[in-house]
Write a protein that binds this ligand. Structure first.
Ligand SMILES: [Zn+2]
Ligand SMILES: [Zn+2]
Length: 452
């Protein structure tokens, strides 16, 4: 049996994948993967491997300067016909919304046989949707190691101003040139670092969910993220100098996260409660028409918060009486009122998720509560094994100079409190906050850690 935690980029993408002890075949549909200094030179080769002859190059004004120009020069010298779309300057950052997708569609030529994105998260997300909708493959030349969405099959979009995950397609090729991405804005390097620090938590929570709810879990896939997080935390002191080896390790970790999500066929290995904080903050900002920070920056800040709570949980013992009293006295109307207050116009979607999942139903609630009480030793052991000490993560983040606290990224105490309490309502995903709710501790933890 292959040990995924020790595999390199090429091995991840092996055709046919791997039959695993968990009973599944783990595979990822990426045909070409190149992460190294000078990788951009392989663009013509990648096109050849994919059998594409007329790429539609999509970038924005920033990414055109960072790598788009170079891609065009390479295509021209290789004699490859192309069409180019440079998204115009509208705001500081290109947004993943209808206007940009429409711009890409309107500048396209129907004969193009592949969408070649040059950029990071937003450009990749737009190209994935456009490729998916037109039945054409897409590939990405990355310009920043800022998030783990390069190798994922979904796009995180703002649809009518509501943050929405749209399932699209996986890029057929991913090229990350270390010489290029190491020069990305420092905030984007911090974001990539933050998105990987989160993986300690996501793996821990995945395992806890397996214990409490019986959700599918594969330790071999979890090992991919465990190994990436452990490598990335080590290179923290080299990040500010843009050390190429450090950037290489982050870039590989981000690709590995995409691979792990494909292998598991869900985002579980790479996304836990810390990601739900970020999703909640984005949603709140969109609802108010305010700007929000990069995904990985928010996730990094949230990782610290969540680690603090886990530090308490490592010394905690659930109280059966309190848990049973909470189960008995659950007030559906009060829950709805809080959802209404926090989610605003998204509230009906939250009710629909709850209706389908039945997370609040007394029977399911009781079953999970009993599982937690019966298996607390195992849950405790998981936390002890999977999570580094809070101080270790804190020091690693501190040395990079990145934002550490919600206030550093303009997020107020009430929004932190609400994001924590409502994280379990957002999706049908079992989180540490779900576990606290199940044992009647969520409100008390919220008031202790995030007083308002
Ligand atoms: Zn497996
Ligand atoms: Zn992420």
């Amino acid at each position: 049996m292959a040990d995924f935690s020790k595999m390199n980029m090429q091995e991840f993408a092996r055709e046919g994948g791997y039959d695993c002890a968990c009973g599944r075949n783990h595979h990822v549909g990426i045909k070409y993967l190149c992460v190294r200094p000078g990788a951009i030179e392989t663009v013509p080769e990648a096109l050849q491997v994919l059998g594409a002859s007329y790429p539609y190059v999509v970038c924005d004004h920033n990414t055109y300067e960072a790598a788009g120009k170079k891609v065009i020069a390479l295509l021209e010298s290789a004699g490859v016909k192309y069409r180019l779309c440079v998204l115009p300057v509208r705001e500081e950052r290109t947004r993943p919304e209808e206007l940009e997708l429409g711009t890409v569609a309107m500048h396209a030529h129907p004969d193009c046989d592949l969408i070649l994105g040059v950029g990071s998260g937003v450009i990749n997300d737009i190209c994935k949707i456009y490729g998916f909708m037109t039945g054409k493959p897409n590939m990405i030349v990355g310009t920043a190691p800022s998030m783990d969405g390069y190798a994922s099959n979904s796009s995180s979009m703002e649809v009518s101003n509501v943050k929405t995950t749209i399932y699209t397609q996986l890029p057929s090729a991913i090229i990350l040139d270390i010489d290029i991405i190491k020069n990305a804005p420092m905030r984007m390097l911090w974001a990539g670092f933050g998105d990987i620090m989160a993986k300690f938590l996501s793996v821990c929570e995945w395992k806890i969910s397996n214990i409490v709810t019986g959700e599918y879990y594969c330790d071999n896939v979890a090992g991919i993220m465990r190994s990436a997080a452990n490598k990335v935390i080590e290179i923290a002191p080299k990040l500010t100098a843009r050390d190429p080896e450090a950037i290489q390790i982050i870039a590989e970790g981000l690709i590995a996260a995409g691979v792990a999500m494909s292998y598991a066929e869900m985002s579980r290995p790479a996304s836990g409660l810390e990601h739900h904080f970020s999703h909640m903050w984005e949603m709140m900002a969109l609802e108010r028409g305010e700007p929000y920070d990069l995904h990985g920056i928010q996730v990094g800040v949230a990782t610290l918060i969540v680690c603090r709570i886990y530090d308490k949980l490592k010394k905690f013992t659930p109280d059966r009486e309190k848990a049973e009293a909470f189960l008995k006295n659950f007030d559906e109307k009060a829950w709805e009122a809080n959802v209404e207050r926090v989610f605003g116009k998204t509230a009906p979607e939250i009710y629909a998720i709850e209706k389908k999942a039945g997370k609040n139903s007394p029977e399911k609630h009781k079953a999970r509560m009993e599982a937690i009480l019966a298996h607390w030793d195992e849950i405790h052991q998981t936390m002890m094994e999977e999570l580094p000490d809070y101080d270790r993560i804190y020091e690693a983040m501190k040395v990079t100079g990145m934002p550490m606290e919600p206030a550093d990224i303009g997020i107020g105490a009430q929004d932190v409190h609400d994001a924590f309490v409502c994280s379990r309502d957002m999706r049908d995903r079992y989180l540490m906050s779900s576990m606290l709710w199940d044992i009647g501790e969520l409100e008390d933890f919220a008031n202790e850690f995030f007083p308002v």
